[in-house]
Write a new protein. Structure first.
Lengths: 290, 273, 393
């Protein structure tokens, strides 16, 4: 059997699984986005062409959602990546209890989002929450802060909750990448007289690019699609300042029963997210070639 | 100096990861009145096991855990298995076609799963798989496939070609090569991917809630969502925290068991040899 | 049918009694999440897919119009005699009508009320307030922020905010949407004044904690329950919890209708739940029978006894056993007379979200009351311009 045939055979199950289970629903969403849903004596679907997309352009709430999503994704991913790399570097060292620490670090990722979101909302409650209590005791705050009641702090809480939960993901992926770096290369660098910081910057990080890419790209995608966290902690408030694209689309599907428009929101959002993604990938590929 | 720095770093790391979890633990054993008291009561006085017992009496946690285990295990095995095949193929492909395939997978992953909920539900229902294991396991496997393939492809690509060539010259077919040469060398990636996928499946909420409505089939996340309080407005923190800890304990055990594999280090040996 | 998990014990006795009365029937109570929104999504998903797994639909007061307009509910006019329907509270029943037909029978009703600390007011020589001005004055006099606040309410961006705001709105003489003419009254001076009252309650010289914009029912109730608020606006369920054994508030709580500018009792927002029959059900007759059972006197008594909630049947409100367990029912009967329902629009959810966001923005200081309501009014008019006014709703 030629190696090309065997390669295609190996790819087939994956291609099949993904095409049927994910691809078909995606096509259905695309189809729905080109329809018009009317709620009047039954839900009727009629061909709408690009009407939904036209409507999107004039939808101020949609653009606010996009901005909120961009802020959330950008802040989360940046923080997670920085912290995740730091965590991975620590976990890569040899010391007693490393195994236990690794399990511990994974805890945030292991806890169910929907419930932890409730816990976070309670922690940042202005009257009963631990956060205000602790900060008051430490003397940092004089009066309790209404964390979830102001747009800026509400977003900050969301980012914190997301970063706490998903940094282990980045850490784990980067750790796997760190393990792939041959000891010899780092030894050589040390012998050459490079300091730890220089070794990190000029040897480790570049070699970590593939792992970092995986972590950043997937985290960005997941943050972009984040739903459970926002739904439970703020529900999009206050004043719609934390409403994300997924939340907005979900509302259209399940609350307004306007799934034609909801689908358009989803598709448009994906198309817009492609641009930064493509740029990121191109930059990464270029770095790797070097 | 380095040791002090390391000790500090590990302490911070542990504190960061543990703090909210410790808070959940304390809440799970705190009497109700102390949970919502102001100023905040930190240490339960005295600790109570009432929440745990009430939870276990009221909800079939064992059933939920078993369901979660079944769904997650099947989905993970499927996802990682299929992804391994694909990754093995892609890692030996020409850069251009490999990149196209990876990008294609990424494109499909770009769609937030929550928005595929409805079409997936339509499909699962049409196949009669509501309240059946494949109804959840297949979507889970498919949704995680892009991530698994990317992680594994990265891991497989690090395996030096010489080893692969040597094995082929030794007369091993592609399956044998995969199982006996590539997989062991890519073990860290395999374990990483498996753990990440498993945890995703275990904690997934919206699909589990929608596709499994019967109590006997619910996963642990859907089960937790239906923990009741005295009214529909009340959130029973004590029981909820207890449930979260019960639901997470198996995951922690799992990671502890496999964490040696995360340690890896096998690559070094292979390169030297 | 899908019930919130916390209400399983509420419905079980009723279900069992029904099964005994109708040997052929089997009632399956599927436990769902406690969150109203999540259950709405679950029902929506199943009904959208034409699934028959739920024969009965346990609906909030605001879902009936939407589900009926989507064609998912069976019209129940033919199945119930006039006398049977007349025994139910008229406002609660009316909430189940859409386009002149009946789709939902109420099994439980609710109305927004004002709680106050009788002991503190008496001690300071204040009468229970009748107007907003009096409320504010008393709240300001008796509060000691941040330990004790004047007025606790639900200000988070969710449906509860709309329920509460409507009371303040009507109390000021404004209105949201007239379902008969589809006229929008959000940007009238009275409406703006209503929102300005709330915004002032939180900002500037507050009588409410700044975090009130994150409060839902439980947080605001907790504040009051812990003795940290003078006034609380909430649903009747809070009464039962405040008078439970061991509560520090036993005997110290007064309940009355919400206030208004004029001094006459205001219109509390109508809440409550009811049952409808899914169009896809294959057990239509049995489902209707179950509803009949649930709204009968015995059924209502069983439900109210098990849950402590307010029944939807007038006689049940006067039932001696229920009154003994929940003395508030006597007061609630009169408060219920003037309860105001939310507009029964198929696109209610969209209109509500528009209003929620506007209110939340103004309360969080992101916009002035006039700006926020002006925008909300414009968006609501655009939304309704495609709809037809429905007579008889």
């Amino acid at each position: 059997m030629s190696s090309r045939t065997s390669r295609l055979l190996l790819l087939a199950p994956a291609a099949l699984l993904v095409t049927v289970v994910v691809g078909l629903p995606v096509l259905r969403v695309l189809q729905l986005s080109l329809m018009r849903a009317d709620l009047d004596g039954g839900i009727s679907l009629a061909w709408g062409g690009l009407d939904a997309y036209a409507r999107l352009w004039g939808d101020a709430r949609y653009w606010t959602c996009l901005r909120n999503t961009a802020v959330f994704t950008g802040a989360s991913v940046a923080l997670e990546t920085a912290l995740g790399v730091a965590f991975a570097l620590v976990l890569h060292q040899r010391f007693h209890g490393r195994g236990a620490l690794r399990a511990l670090v994974l805890l945030p990722w292991a806890l169910p989002t929907a419930v932890m979101a409730l816990a976070w909302a309670w922690i940042f409650n202005d009257s009963f929450g631990v956060a205000n209590d602790l900060l008051r005791r430490l003397g940092v705050l004089e009066r309790p802060v209404a964390w979830l009641g102001e747009p800026a702090t509400a977003m900050a809480v969301l980012v914190l909750a997301d970063v706490w939960k998903t940094t282990p993901f980045v850490a784990l992926v980067v750790l796997a990448g760190l393990q792939g770096i041959p000891e010899g290369v780092l030894e050589a660098a040390r012998v050459d007289g490079l300091t730890a910081w220089q070794r990190l910057r000029h040897v480790t990080l570049p070699l970590l690019t593939p792992a970092l890419l995986v972590a950043v790209v997937f985290r960005a995608i997941q943050a972009y699609g984040a739903f459970d966290l926002v739904y439970v902690i703020t529900g999009g408030g206050p004043g719609g300042s934390t409403e994300t694209v997924s939340l907005y689309a979900f509302q259209h599907y399940f609350r307004y029963l306007d799934f034609a428009y909801g689908s358009a929101v989803a598709v448009q959002g994906v198309l817009l997210a492609l641009l930064p993604l493509a740029l990121l990938l191109r930059w990464a590929r270029r770095r790797e070639a070097r | 100096m380095r040791r002090v720095g390391l000790a500090l770093a590990t302490a911070l790391l542990a504190a960061w990861s543990l703090a909210p979890v410790a808070w959940q633990l304390l809440t799970a054993v705190k009497p109700d009145a102390q949970i919502t008291r102001t100023p905040t009561v930190y240490l339960p006085d005295p600790p109570t096991s009432r929440h745990v017992t009430a939870l276990l009496a009221r909800k079939p946690m064992a059933v939920y855990l078993a369901n979660s285990l079944a769904v997650s295990a099947v989905a993970t095995t499927l996802a990682v298995g299929v992804a391994a095949l694909a990754a093995a193929a892609l890692s030996r492909s020409a850069a251009a076609s490999r990149d196209r395939a990876l990008l294609g997978l990424l494109l499909l992953a770009l769609f937030p799963p929550i928005l595929l909920l409805f079409p997936l539900y339509e499909g699962v229902r049409a196949l009669g798989w509501v309240n059946h294991l494949p109804g959840l396991a297949l979507p889970y496997a498919a949704l995680n496939l892009p991530l698994a393939v990317w992680i594994l492809e990265s891991g497989f690509r690090q395996i030096p070609r010489e080893l692969d060539e040597a094995a082929r010259l030794d007369g091993l077919g592609w399956l044998a090569r995969l199982a006996r040469v590539q997989a062991p060398l890519a073990a860290p990636s395999l374990v990483t991917a498996a753990i990440l996928v498993f945890i995703f499946c275990w904690n997934e909420f919206m699909l589990a809630l929608t596709f499994m409505t019967r109590d006997s089939h619910k996963t642990v996340t859907a089960g937790i969502a239906s923990i009741g309080g005295a009214s529909i407005y009340e959130i029973p923190w004590g029981q909820l925290s207890a449930a979260v800890l019960l639901a997470t304990a198996p995951l922690v055990l799992l990671v502890l068991v496999f964490e040696r594999r995360i340690a890896g280090g096998l690559t070094r040996g292979a390169v030297k040899g | 049918m899908l019930v919130p998990a916390s209400e399983r014990e509420v419905w079980s006795p009723l279900a069992e009694a029904f099964e005994r009365a109708q040997p052929r029937a089997r009632v399956e109570l599927v436990e769902g999440p406690n969150s109203t929104d999540l259950r709405e999504s679950l029902y929506t998903a199943t009904l959208l897919a034409g699934d028959d797994s739920f024969d009965l639909v346990l609906m909030d007061v605001t879902w009936a119009a939407k589900f009926a307009a989507a064609g998912w509910l069976v019209a129940l006019d033919e199945d119930f005699r006039r006398e049977e329907l007349a025994a139910l509270l008229p406002q609660a029943l009316a909430a189940g009508r859409y386009a002149g037909r009946l789709y939902r029978l109420p099994t439980r009703s609710d109305v927004g009320v004002l709680y106050y600390r009788r002991d503190w007011l008496a001690e300071a020589g204040h009468e229970p307030p009748r107007t907003f001005a009096q409320l504010e004055r008393t709240a300001r006099a008796l509060q000691r922020p941040p330990q004790r606040w004047g007025f606790a309410w639900q200000g988070a961006q969710y449906e509860g905010l709309v329920c509460f705001f409507l009371e303040v709105l009507h109390g000021h003489g404004g209105f949201w949407v007239d379902p008969a003419t589809l006229e929008v009254g959000l940007d009238r001076p009275e409406s703006v004044a209503a929102l300005e009252f709330l915004a002032a309650a939180r900002g500037g010289q507050p009588i409410s904690p700044p975090g009130v914009t994150t409060y839902k029912e439980e947080e605001s109730r907790r504040l009051f329950q812990d003795g940290r608020a003078v006034f609380l606006r909430n649903w009747p369920y809070a009464w039962r919890l405040s008078q439970a054994d061991g509560s520090p508030l036993v005997g110290k709580v007064g309940v009355q209708a919400v206030v208004s500018v004029s001094g006459r009792p205001g219109a509390g927002t109508l809440g409550g739940w009811g049952l409808g029959v899914s169009r896809f059900s294959r057990q239509r007759e049995l489902a209707v029978e179950f509803i009949r059972h649930a709204v009968s006197l015995e059924g209502q008594r069983a439900l109210a006894r098990a849950s402590g909630y307010v029944p939807a049947r007038a006689e049940a409100m006067a039932d001696p056993e229920l009154l003994a367990a929940n003395p508030l029912l006597a007061t609630l009967t009169s408060i219920h007379q003037s309860a105001a329902a939310r507009p029964a629009l198929p696109r209610y959810a969209v209109a509500s979200d528009v209003l929620q966001r506007g209110l939340s923005a103004a309360l969080a200081g992101m916009a002035s009351a006039a700006q926020a309501l002006g925008l909300a009014a414009r968006e609501t008019r655009a939304l309704l311009s495609g709809a037809r006014p429905r007579p008889g709703s």
